[in-house]
Each structure stands twice: as structure tokens, then as C-alpha cells.
Design a protein around this ligand. Structure first.
Ligand code: TA6
Length: 286
């Protein structure tokens, strides 16, 4: 791990997943937030974390993989992206074997969550690191006596050498909602989408396998159970307007998220929903 990744937030409660092959991930208990992932054979972190990120109780780290639950964005009555990213999760399982390193963290309803969202639930975030891949899976069980609906996303900030030279491949012919155009909807005409300044789009019902292509390396970003994808870059105004970003961060990150956004997930009492994102360093040059 790079020195900065090793020291950033090291004082805050976290667990390190070290696979036998050398692949590594770090997960903070606040927000169950993965904030570092280094695939086998690499020295660079594939996840971006701002040097101005804040750590600790109630904070969502600016970078890594925040969890948006039970609301994506500002589309409902809850706080932006829901409360999961601001809640302390607990480690419920951890192991390290020939298949890699694995941990599961859980969040269940409590007085604070029920004051915001009046339902009983059990959420688990499992993280598995091995070889060239990181798998992050969110499952939600309705432990209430009544049905509930939610939206959700895994919101990874991928570290890139130059965001404006990065292409996202595989979104051609899908429909998207563009927050920068008042939420109007369009059909994507390009198969390779570039990030040239601020971008804030939800693509609906996309293919499950996309690629993030940089001039020197490629990352496969796959999803399961999540129908939608979000592409976000804050641009210079977006980083300047948020104290937990540093100037220039917009060039070093691209968010390519897996979400259940367009159609909320409806869960009957006792039912469970699962969504996952699998990230694989296809070509691994540092
Ligand atoms: O996922 C994209 C998005 O919803 C953007 O609209 C942008 O606001 C971003 O998330 C980050 O939100 P945050 O609340 O973390 O500043």
C-alpha cells in the first residue's frame, strides 16, 4: 500500500483484508466503507480517497466505496444518499483462506435509523479481495412486519491518472437521466463515454459488464442485482464546493456506480435482496 493510503485515516476503526497472494483491501467500520484496494501485483491503489477526506463517527469518507441506502441521492425524504454511509457497522465475519480475504459487516435498525426510516431491516456488506478482483456485495433483509421500498447504490470512486482521458465502454443505446440538464432523459449515442468536466448521470437498465479504459490500463466493472449505473465526476466547481475534496481531485477520480435507482426495490416481510459490484484489474500497469 502507498504511504498515503496506509496513513490516511489509520486512526479510525478499520480492518485490513490481506489475501495470501498480496491483494489488499481496507474497510472502515464507519459506513462499512472500503477505502483502499490494491490488486495482486500492483502498487497503486485502484480506489481514490481525497487527501481532505474526513474520518470517524458520522462521516462518510470522500472516496473509496460509500454505500447509498436506503435512498440514492436526494430523491426521497431522507438525507442525501441515506444513512448507511453515516452509520457505524459491525464486523460479523472475517476469514482468510486460499480463496482470498473476506469480511462481512452488518447494520441493523436502531433508534436512530427508525427515527429517520420507520422499518426494521438487516443489511450486510461483504467484501472479498483476491487476485485481480474486488467483490463488494450488499444484501438487505426486511425484518419488519410490513413491506418497504428503498433505492441503493455502491458508489466507488476509482482512481485514474487523468479523468479526462478515461473512457467508460458499454453504455451505448441505454437511456440516462442527466442531473446537469434538469433531470431530462436522453439515449446514449456513444458506446464510449468520456468524462470532460462535470458529469452526473444515472443510466437505466444497463449491461452488467462495463469497462473503464485509461490509456495505460483497463478496469472491468461488473454488477449483479443492480439494474442501473451512475457516472459521476464533480468537475472543478464540484470539488471547490465541497470541503472534503482538494483542488484538482476531479482529475484523479471517476465514480462508476452500481445502483437500484430507477425502480425502487420492494421487499416483503422476511424477503431479502442482494446486489453486487465486481471490479477486476484487466490490465494492471501501475
Ligand atoms: O452518485 C452521484 C451523486 O449522486 C451526485 O449527484 C453527487 O452529488 C454525488 O453523488 C456525491 O454526493 P455527496 O453527497 O457525497 O456529495
Amino acid at each position: 500500500m502507498s504511504d498515503s493510503a496506509a496513513h490516511a485515516g489509520a486512526h479510525a476503526a478499520h480492518i485490513d483484508l490481506e489475501a495470501n497472494d498480496g491483494a489488499h483491501a481496507r474497510v472502515f467500520l464507519d459506513g462499512a466503507q472500503v477505502a483502499s484496494w490494491i490488486p495482486v501485483g500492483a502498487t497503486d491503489d485502484r480506489l481514490f480517497v481525497s487527501r481532505n477526506a474526513r474520518y470517524g463517527a458520522g462521516q462518510s469518507i470522500r472516496g473509496g466505496i460509500p454505500i447509498c441506502f436506503p435512498q440514492f441521492g436526494a430523491t426521497g425524504a431522507l438525507q442525501q444518499h441515506g444513512f448507511a454511509r453515516n452509520s457505524r457497522w459491525r464486523v460479523v465475519r472475517q476469514r482468510n483462506d486460499a480463496d482470498g480475504a473476506y469480511a462481512a459487516l452488518a447494520l441493523t435498525d436502531n433508534d436512530a435509523t427508525r427515527a429517520m426510516w420507520p422499518f426494521a431491516f438487516h443489511a450486510e456488506l461483504s467484501v472479498h479481495v483476491a487476485g485481480a478482483s474486488l467483490t463488494v456485495e450488499l444484501s438487505v433483509t426486511n425484518t419488519d412486519g410490513q413491506p418497504f421500498d428503498f433505492t441503493a447504490a455502491l458508489h466507488p470512486y476509482f482512481r485514474v491518472r487523468d479523468a479526462y482521458a478515461t473512457r467508460v465502454c458499454g453504455l451505448g443505446e441505454t437511456c440516462y437521466r442527466d442531473a446537469l440538464q434538469g433531470g431530462a432523459e436522453f439515449r446514449e449515442v456513444r458506446d464510449q463515454v468520456t468524462v470532460l468536466g462535470e458529469v452526473d448521470r444515472v443510466y437505466f437498465n444497463t449491461p452488467d459488464v462495463l469497462e473503464m479504459v485509461e490509456p495505460h490500463r483497463t478496469l472491468r466493472v461488473e454488477k449483479r442485482g443492480f439494474p442501473d449505473v451512475v457516472l459521476w465526476n464533480p468537475g472543478s466547481a464540484g470539488t471547490a464546493g465541497r470541503a472534503d475534496f482538494a483542488d484538482g481531485d476531479e482529475y484523479e477520480m471517476v465514480c462508476l456506480e452500481a445502483g437500484a435507482i430507477g425502480t425502487p426495490v420492494s421487499l416483503a416481510p422476511g424477503a431479502q435482496w442482494t446486489g453486487a459490484q465486481i471490479m477486476t484489474a484487466v490490465s494492471n500497469s501501475n
